[in-house]
Write a protein that binds this ligand. Structure first.
Ligand code: GLU
Length: 280
């Protein structure tokens, strides 16, 4: 039987122009999709940080690098109803709860162990009574929605995911504690939106930087809870400058745009980003 085509995606947040680290990530996804499909997704759920002008700049940079992607480009801010539907399913399973805590409340709760996303939530709102929840909501207190990690992992049992360079891994979402699935200011979160989108876009191979390796544990759990297909994963190294520092948005001189304006060719840029010829 024919193998279904590989579907990969590059999923930047349009909060600035692309730098060499992004070029590496985009080329990595593009090369992995050879013979298959390559998608572009704008992870623009945070309206305070994302700009349409940066989207246009990102597309210009990718095109100049020689990359081509399928249309339409999925823009997360246009699909909030998909994330709401996922939250409604988790709510119907009794797995999410409103959390009214401020950063200060969490800090004052004492020294919490750290997980991959920072301090693990100490569970202050987990057992608030339904009537108190209703009262606080009615009073207009802002709240996030958190996943009850113990209940969620109990429901799914042990889960496995596959990293192409490591092999099979047992998922450890409990490392994160009760993750936020909808923020106070935004009705979703990175973990929820990325998992739902990869499924809706039929992505078969998720490629991304190794800084997001641990996040895959949470995504695997959400897939099991929401009956979503499970893609394969591969996490690439993070490109660093000559001093060993990761490229970041602050490195204005190392954006694709700046390097291009300084006279570098697309082939040179691809080589600097770790993908010398052949042309992608
Ligand atoms: N939007 C994320 C970023 O810019 C990448 C998300 C992903 O590939 O899972 O780092």
């Amino acid at each position: 039987m024919d193998q279904p085509p590989i579907v990969t995606r590059f999923a930047p947040s349009p909060t600035g122009r692309l730098h060499l680290g992004h070029a590496h990530s985009a080329l990595f996804a593009y090369v992995q999709a050879q013979g298959g499909r390559f998608l572009l997704r704008m992870e623009d759920i945070d309206p305070t940080r994302c700009r349409r002008a940066f989207e246009a700049g990102i597309m210009e940079d990718l095109e100049w690098l020689g990359l081509r992607w399928e249309q339409p480009v999925r823009r997360q801010s246009e699909h909030l109803d998909d994330y709401a539907a996922a939250l409604a399913r988790l709510d119907a399973m009794g797995l999410i709860y409103p959390c009214f805590c401020t950063r200060k409340d969490i800090a004052e709760a004492g020294s919490a162990p750290h997980g991959p996303d920072g301090p693990i939530y100490p569970g202050l709102c987990r057992d608030v009574s339904p009537s108190e929840r209703a009262e606080r909501m009615a009073a207009g207190q802002p709240f996030a929605l958190r996943l009850n990690m113990i209940a969620a992992t109990r429901r799914t049992g042990a889960l496995v995911w596959h990293d192409r360079s490591i092999g099979n891994l047992v998922a450890q979402p409990e490392l994160f504690g009760d993750v936020v699935l909808a923020r106070k200011d935004i009705p979703t979160s990175y973990h929820l939106a990325v998992t739902v989108d990869d499924a809706l876009q039929n992505v078969t191979l998720v490629t991304r930087g190794e800084d997001l390796f641990a996040a895959t544990h949470v995504h695997r759990l959400l897939q099991a809870l929401l009956d979503l297909p499970v893609p394969a994963y591969t996490h690439h190294r993070l490109l660093t400058d000559e001093t060993g520092r990761r490229y970041a948005k602050r490195d204005r001189s190392l954006t694709i745009e700046a390097l291009r304006q300084a006279g570098h060719s697309a082939a040179q840029l691809r080589a600097m980003a770790g993908f010398p010829e052949p042309h992608p």
